[in-house]
Design a protein around this ligand. Sequence first.
Ligand SMILES: Cc1cc2nc3c(=O)[nH]c(=O)nc-3n(C[C@H](O)[C@H](O)[C@H](O)COP(=O)(O)OP(=O)(O)OC[C@H]3O[C@@H](n4cnc5c(N)ncnc54)[C@H](O)[C@@H]3O)c2cc1C
Length: 403
Amino acid sequence: MDYDDSATAQELRDRAREFMDEVVLPKERANAAGSVSQETIDELREQAREYDVYAPQISEEHGGMGIALRDVLPLFEEAGRSLLGAPAMRVDAPDEGNMHTLELVGTAAQKEEWLDPLVAGEIRSGFAMTEPAPGGGSDPKMLRTTAEKEDGEWVIDGHKWWTTQGSAADVLLVMARTDEEAHPYAGCSIILVPTDAEGVEIVRDIPHLGQDLMPESHAEIRFDGVCVPEENLLGEENEGFTVAQQRLGPARLTHCMRFSGMADRALDVAKAYMNEREAFGSSLADKQAQRFAIAEAETRLHAARTMVRDAATKLDAGDEARVEVSMSKVFAANVAQETIDLAIQCCGGAGISRDLPLADFYDAVRAFRIVDGADEVHKRTIARAVFEDTDSAEIEAVPRFDG
Ligand SMILES: Cc1cc2nc3c(=O)[nH]c(=O)nc-3n(C[C@H](O)[C@H](O)[C@H](O)COP(=O)(O)OP(=O)(O)OC[C@H]3O[C@@H](n4cnc5c(N)ncnc54)[C@H](O)[C@@H]3O)c2cc1C
């Protein structure tokens, strides 16, 4: 499917496709679930540099290629075609979003200490916002972690969970309440916390759905009187949610693109299987029920990819595009999940096996309807916007059927 991607975006996508086909997919097929080591990722990263597809979203000054969000998105789609693609090209969550935040609002010293080594793949990071009950989850206004200024330091107390990569991270971006009096959205800040700081306790990695090719950890973490210097504040004090929004908008779209790429490959795998396999006297690809199901999936995937591009164009133009981002996130997540499920169904038993990549994809995709805001939270954002646009005159004009 052709999109109105710029020449830069198309060239980058073509190089990424080459890298995926020639390097990443063979490596993926040679590895069983949960078996990919850091050494393998490091080797892939070396090769990504040779293909000129390494960290394209980061400025050249900090070790990337300086390409704008809208132009880099098609590469994210290519990266999503394998679970190894994003870490290989250094466009992997959560580091990708954290690098973006550091680049956007970090001080020169913070960039030198954290951003440059993150881009180089020398260190890892986590974003610690979500808390177990009664703390903040879907409703971040319920956040309970606090950071108080004392003698030139932030003293942090709190309890987080689901911090992706938290147990392996060198630094955490911790969202904490810094002004108890202010409205919750105006009284929180993001603070950079090295994981070796005294009082940081990794309670556990949460056992979770899936044991895919690239096993991810999600940590529960306690902060007990953790002290870090005042200059570890990331962005303005009490502006944590504004900063988080700047992180989450693009990060949600990059997630959408990775999962769109995953769904696209799932369809390729399914179509290849259906072309080769026969049942009841003809190829599976000739059964009209299956053809309609694939046609429907292709249509919905095209719609998702188009929506993400539209939202990205608006973000690049400086618009917050909250509604467009929410629409893209909720739609793309559901389309990706349904498409991968369909691809498995079309492949029968082979779909469940790990001989094909579909089982890994299935494991990975389910969380997407919850991470970065559950479906319902995004629908709430969309509904609030559309209802506020409906003025009472229009409501009165709606015909009533009282009988
Ligand atoms: C794999 C994975 C990785 C994650 N990584 C990170 C991370 O790196 N950093 C981080 O901070 N967090 C992370 N999270 C946490 C994630 O952002 C939260 O799980 C998510 O925001 C939902 O919060 P919650 O789990 O507290 O759900 P709850 O707030 O308990 O909500 C439960 C469910 O209620 C429903 N719901 C919520 N609000 C409404 C509403 N208004 N109307 C109707 N229904 C509603 C939704 O279906 C939701 O799934 C991760 C989660 C997962 C599963």
